[in-house]
Ligand binder design. Structure first.
Ligand code: ADP
Ligand code: AMP
Length: 214
């Protein structure tokens, strides 16, 4: 099963992608997590990506596509995967489509987690991230057991640099300009499914499972 998560930054793509990955035993692939891991490790790729991420801009397609195609070519992806944060532009979607097409394959579902802009800024300012294992929490809605500490690995939780309100507004603009057109792209392919992302995370997940198991 090959699944793409669509939705604005902060809509809950990552939260749901992790739950899907756990339930169906497929890898969760987040290009944002890959970039953050590279930034943390001080790689050249990380330094390049950071220039864009800190401003709420997209990392150039060329770089992002290369990383994603390398990742999905790995053996653990043979049985499918859930992509979170990729594609974010039409050219990225086209490259993915072509790469899958060459293998006689295609995306099964593009799930749009729909959350209005008003809710997004609140979600993002409350998001706390673990830069060690990639877990995410929300100070009000999904708090860790111990404040400021990751339940999974015990590392300190941080407010991501790009979750500060001024950057969030930029990211939302970029989303509407560059990523939202993917909704029509996948709708035309007959694989788009929309869920109401304003529900609690377990209800959002139940809606997704109902789609995948229909
Ligand atoms: P995305 O991957 O789309 O950027 P996240 O999954 O990181 O979004 O979610 C953004 C923030 O909202 C996080 O702090 C997360 O814990 C919280 N969150 C996710 N899903 C819900 C939900 N259904 N209700 C309330 N808060 C949520
Ligand atoms: P995310 O963790 O998905 O919210 O991504 C954080 C940031 O990483 C984005 O704001 C972009 O700067 C960058 N990024 C992640 N995925 C992509 C992508 N597919 N294309 C371009 N930039 C990306």
């Amino acid at each position: 099963m090959k699944i793409i998560m669509l939705g604005a930054p902060g809509a809950g793509k990552g939260t749901q992608a992790k739950m899907i990955a756990a339930k169906y035993a497929i890898p969760h692939i987040s290009t944002g997590d890959i970039f953050r891991a590279n930034i943390k490790n001080g790689t050249e790729l990380g330094m390049e990506a950071k220039k864009y991420m800190d401003q709420g801009l997209l990392v150039p397609d060329e770089l992002t596509v290369r990383i994603l195609l390398d990742r999905v070519a790995q053996a653990d992806c043979a049985g499918g995967y859930v992509l979170d944060g990729f594609p974010r532009t039409i050219p990225q979607a086209q490259v993915l489509d072509e790469a899958l097409g060459k293998l006689g394959d295609s995306i099964d579902y593009a799930i749009d987690v729909n959350v209005p802009d008003e809710n997004i800024v609140k979600r993002m300012s409350g998001r706390r991230a673990c830069l060690t294992c990639g877990a995410t929490y929300h100070v009000e809605h999904i708090p860790p057991k111990k404040e400021g500490i990751c339940d999974n690995c015990g590392s300190p939780l941080v407010l991501r640099d790009d979750d500060k309100p001024e950057t969030v507004l930029n990211r939302l603009k970029v989303y509407h300009d560059q990523t939202q057109p993917l909704i029509d792209f996948y709708s035309a392919k007959g694989v788009l499914r929309t869920v109401d992302g304003t529900q609690g995370m377990d209800d959002v997940f139940a809606s997704i499972v109902a789609i995948l198991e229909k």
